[in-house]
Design a protein around this ligand. Structure first.
Ligand code: UT7
Length: 324
């Protein structure tokens, strides 16, 4: 039987309207635009309005991707949504988005792999298509991470933003996605986490109920090392050389991490998609937001090879090498 591949046929994204600059944050915590720019590359972030949820952003991104694809929601046979900030505990945000799109009946579920959520969702969707189980899949990465930030903690509050991105995947006789890789190591859980929840219990103290905790310097070191190994593994899995990659579309956490991965691949920064300056770290939203920006700005062209990767809490890390 001829192999089945999955192909990205369209992308979409959504950002909250409200933009908060580094200078705005100088008024809240002891920080500076200069520190944030030089240590992270971030200049601004979008922050969800009161009442605006992960599902709202996911729905908009999904609708834009479906419109671009010319695919009706009723044609979808699977929705996979990466998020660590679901609207409610259950139903999953994927189910909430499914209902709003009018795709009722197809399978729909969330994946929680922190910042690697979209990359995990993409890898899972690819396997559903390759197995013949699904023909048209909506893959979303969406977050409102600023909802669980401690606005008194300058070490974390300057880093994150809200947003969503989506892709429509379709079964094809041509690649498509050449290879995906997924990993996790729960041994690192305490370096980047939000240690409250349903079963462990929420806490009542004001401003301490739900918040992200991160040992930034340690996360940085492991991220760089791990992503180096991940891009090597992904190239090997796809049977390709770094020189065949047209664009690196990395997780947008820190420009210095992105530059380190580009260096590993010997890729000039002109071939790397950077949106961290505009969006900050939107966790699962980061890679699909960057991909949609790259497509809509005309940088990424059909037939080009893209290397997508992400690293986040867990730790989790995942990648995809695909022909767009
Ligand atoms: O998406 C999931 C993956 N997450 C990441 O990849 C994040 C990885 N980590 C990072 O991006 C970086 O480690 C940070 C941006 C979080 C921090 O940068 P750094 O170069 O590792 O700084 P540092 O933590 O070593 O801190 C340097 C100094 C410290 O002061 P002292 O101890 O040298 O006096 C911090 O207290 O910078 C201070 N600092 C700040 N100063 C101004 C920390 N945060 C701030 C701030 N404004 N917002």
């Amino acid at each position: 039987m001829a192999p089945i591949y999955s192909r990205i046929i369209a992308t979409g994204s959504a950002l909250p309207e409200r933009v908060v600059s580094n200078t705005d944050l100088e008024k809240i915590v002891d920080t500076s635009d200069e520190w944030i720019r030089t240590r992270t590359g971030i200049r601004q972030r979008h922050i969800a309005a009161d009442g605006e949820t992960t599902g709202d952003l996911a729905f908009l991104a999904a609708q834009r991707a479906l419109d671009e694809a010319g695919v009706k929601a009723s044609e979808l046979d699977l929705i996979v949504l990466g998020t660590t900030t679901p609207d409610i505990i259950f139903p999953s945000t994927a189910c909430l988005v499914q209902q709003r799109l009018g795709a009722n009946g197809c399978a729909a579920f969330d994946v929680n792999a922190a910042c690697s959520g979209f990359m995990y969702a993409l890898g899972i969707a690819d396997k559903f298509i390759r197995s013949g189980q699904s023909k048209k899949v909506l893959v979303i990465g969406a977050e409102t991470l600023t909802r669980m930030i401690d606005w008194n903690d300058r070490e974390t509050c300057v880093l994150f933003g809200d947003g969503a991105g989506a892709v429509v995947l379709e079964a094809s006789s041509e690649p498509g996605i050449h290879a995906t890789c997924m990993h996790a190591d729960g041994g690192y859980k305490e370096l980047l986490w939000n240690p409250v929840g349903v079963s462990a219990g929420f806490k009542d103290e004001p401003n301490h109920g739900v918040r992200i905790k991160m040992a930034g310097r340690e996360v940085f070191k492991v991220a760089v090392k791990t992503l180096d190994a991940l891009v090597d593994e992904t190239l090997q899995a796809a049977g390709m050389q770094a020189s065949q990659i047209d664009w690196l579309i990395p997780h947008q956490a820190n420009l210095r991490i992105i530059e380190a991965t580009a260096k590993r691949l010997a890729m000039p920064m002109e071939r790397v998609i950077v949106t961290v300056d505009q969006h900050a770290n939107t966790s699962s939203g980061s890679v699909p937001l960057a991909l949609d920006y790259a497509v809509r700005s005309g940088k990424v062209q059909r037939g080009q090879n893209l290397l997508l990767e992400a690293f986040g809490g867990g730790f989790t890390w995942a990648s995809a090498l695909l022909r767009y």
